[in-house]
Design a binder for this molecule. Structure first.
Ligand SMILES: [Zn+2]
Length: 208
């Protein structure tokens, strides 16, 4: 069996539940990278829904800014940590990983995340520009299916086109012998310790 993980960015927002339900219907899991300022009394239920269903949630920063452009390490830390504190306070769920907005890094950002003990989920699968709402679901599906590999970390978004593309992506992944798991489960199954201070595109880049 081959394993990979998909991480859906920029929620909590519609259609996060629909994405989770589709993945769940295969008995699979995935993760959602949430933006702190989008977490409100209304949207926190979406986070509760996915975590109750076994999905992992990770920090996608408080304001979705280019963290590497912030002037101090304190500001960088705050961007990454605020969503973690919010989710902990609101539903008691403990976030342990992060994804950088725009996947953009600098030496300073990497060292801050290392200090915080936050492994960074990268982009090891072509997402077919799914962040652009005009991208066709068929294009997203063929980009994803054409670039998946064992141990990869995918980067997709909580958007309608991506949700539609899953109708093609999921059955094909099953036929190809893949199983979708959360990032933490991917590390557990492969026996690899999540590395710090580096964006993780494929867990096998980091040998046991
Ligand atoms: Zn994002």
């Amino acid at each position: 069996m081959k394993y990979l993980t998909l991480v859906f960015d920029d929620g909590p927002s519609y259609p996060i539940r629909e994405i989770a339900d589709k993945i769940k219907s295969y008995g699979w899991n995935a993760a959602f990278a949430v933006i702190g300022r989008k977490i409100t009394d209304e949207t926190v239920d979406m986070i509760k829904y996915v975590t109750d269903n076994g999905f992992q949630v990770v920090s996608h920063a408080q304001n979705h800014v280019h963290i590497e452009k912030l002037s101090t390490r304190e500001e960088m830390k705050e961007e990454l940590i605020t969503p973690i504190e919010t989710v902990r306070q609101m539903i008691g769920y403990e976030i342990t990983m992060a994804r950088l907005p725009f996947l953009s890094e600098s030496e300073n950002v990497l060292s801050v995340t290392k200090e915080l003990g936050l492994p960074l989920l990268g982009q090891g699968i072509d997402g077919g520009r799914d962040w652009d709402p005009t991208t066709k679901p068929e294009f997203i599906a063929s980009a994803v299916l054409g670039s998946v590999c064992d141990g990869a970390v995918g980067c997709l978004h909580v958007l309608e086109g991506t949700c539609k593309a899953l109708d093609t992506i999921l059955p094909n992944l099953k036929d190809m012998g893949y199983c979708l798991v959360t990032p933490q489960e991917l590390f557990k199954r492969t026996g690899i310790t999540p590395p710090l201070g580096v964006q993780i595109h494929n867990v096998y880049d980091f040998k046991r």
